[in-house]
Ligand binder design. Sequence first.
Ligand SMILES: [Zn+2]
Length: 142
Amino acid sequence: MKLKHSITGGIFAFILATSCCWLPALIIGIGGGSTLIGLSNGLEKYSGVFVALGVGLLGYGVYQFVNRKNLKTNEQVVLESTITCPNCGHTKEETMSTNSCQYFYECENCITVLKPTGNDCCVFCSYGTVACPPIQLNQNCC
Ligand SMILES: [Zn+2]
């Protein structure tokens, strides 16, 4: 029983994990299919519904594809930023966290605690070579 459960769970997880790849194609397929059904169906009463459904699904599928393209740019976020201390000029490469911004940063050379300047949201935006991930993605900062 246990083995059967884990196999079922595994298959389900596999379907879930890969659904992002085949789901839009499936939706486009269904969309195109039902459009054809709607066009060739003699039941004029329902053909409008089928065409509307087909076009809607087709649009949704294309939308999903466009969305996936946009998602890809999320993977190109740079997480390494070199911070230059305005006090002593010391530089150090730091790895930024994708979900939170760093407001305070202590320079390991002169032990000055740096804070963001102006309207900057974090020390990486003010002193780093690369702005923080939310800024790179044009999102509002934390
Ligand atoms: Zn310093």
